[in-house]
Ligand binder design. Sequence first.
Ligand SMILES: Cc1cc2nc3c(=O)[nH]c(=O)nc-3n(C[C@H](O)[C@H](O)[C@H](O)COP(=O)(O)OP(=O)(O)OC[C@H]3O[C@@H](n4cnc5c(N)ncnc54)[C@H](O)[C@@H]3O)c2cc1C
Ligand code: FES
Length: 368
Amino acid sequence: MNFSVILTTVGILAAVSAGLSVIISVADAVLNNYGTCQLDINNGEKLLSVKGGSSLLSLLASEKIFIPSACGGKATCGLCKVGVLEGGGPLLLTEEPYISLEERKQHIRLSCQVKVKTDMKLRIPEELFNIKEFLCELVEVEDMTYDIKRLRLKLPAGESIKFKAGQFVQFYSKPYGKVREEAFRAYSISSKASETDHLELLIRLVPNGIVTTYVHTALQVGDTVRLSGPYGDFYLRGDCEELVMIAGGSGLAPIRSLVYDVIEKGLPHKMRFFFGANTMRDLYYMEEFTQIERDYPQFKFIPCLARPAPEDNWQGVTGFVTVALEEQVADSVSKEAYLCGSPGMLDACIKILKTKGFTDETIFYDKF
Ligand SMILES: Cc1cc2nc3c(=O)[nH]c(=O)nc-3n(C[C@H](O)[C@H](O)[C@H](O)COP(=O)(O)OP(=O)(O)OC[C@H]3O[C@@H](n4cnc5c(N)ncnc54)[C@H](O)[C@@H]3O)c2cc1C
Ligand code: FES
């Protein structure tokens, strides 16, 4: 085959594929043109006209109604539940693991999986209407460890965020490098709930992760960051005398906010904070928590290193955080547990807490 035949063949194939993609996009536009759909929320409390064809989650967000979501719409967090009374079609396979039998009876759906194709009747909890969107300025970035950055974000002048210590915000990354689209993920607020004009986040780099790679490689001080929030039910109940707090990695973020909340409000609770890490290079905020321990006798800080390196000269607790928990928490009497970190670590800790009498009503957690 000579060179001109190869070129002609490639040219024909390119023309055919371009033709096909035009046909597909025209067909998509025609077949998936759902026109304007009416969303009736809470029996006429809000009536919205939206252009059909996208997920309920994203269409509600475009109307400034923010439904909690941690996975960016990938059907892996199960947080984006709303009641879809009419117009949602059948429950999808992707939704099934997250919707209990009781929730099915109440027509609960994952809003990221429901596509708006027709008029719908929805039921959305009132408190979600208080969630706001903020365009913040990134004013500080600090390396806390080799893979965790602290971001300090300033809210626009005159705006403030009211949140409960322990809650999270949704952080929107912009297109960068080969990532063509905006993405959003959940990040717990690590700063004090009393500080309402700034927010701090602790973001650990996940290799090949879309949003954390954006934060660690593309985001610059001075950039504008879009956030929405606050979200979540990980916050202090405090119906007890002692709080057992457990975190690993960036799971320290909401615990830091909780600790300051108890102190600033002058609450009487004793606090024991178990912070699990591998080696010394994974520890951070050590000086700050040690200082809090000196200043407030009600607070005890227990960092645990699973695999301290010889050069770490580690004098503290050695072993997994579960070992320290087993040894240092005798029972569950008048205690609540607050946990944040990886699913593996949390599951292991929850198992131990339950052997000590803690129940689903006294254990609160955010897994990430
Ligand atoms: C309520 C809540 C609060 C959270 N708060 C924080 C916080 O304060 N700080 C923080 O750093 N993160 C936090 N997260 C996790 C965060 O939302 C993202 O999931 C995480 O940062 C990864 O996002 P990404 O876009 O970089 O990775 P993605 O692009 O979503 O994922 C890339 C790949 O990494 C895997 N992956 C995703 N997450 C992890 C992980 N954590 N560890 C290992 N592999 C993973 C995925 O399966 C995928 O294969 C929180 C999550 C929840 C649900
Ligand atoms: S947004 Fe995570 S499951 Fe819907």
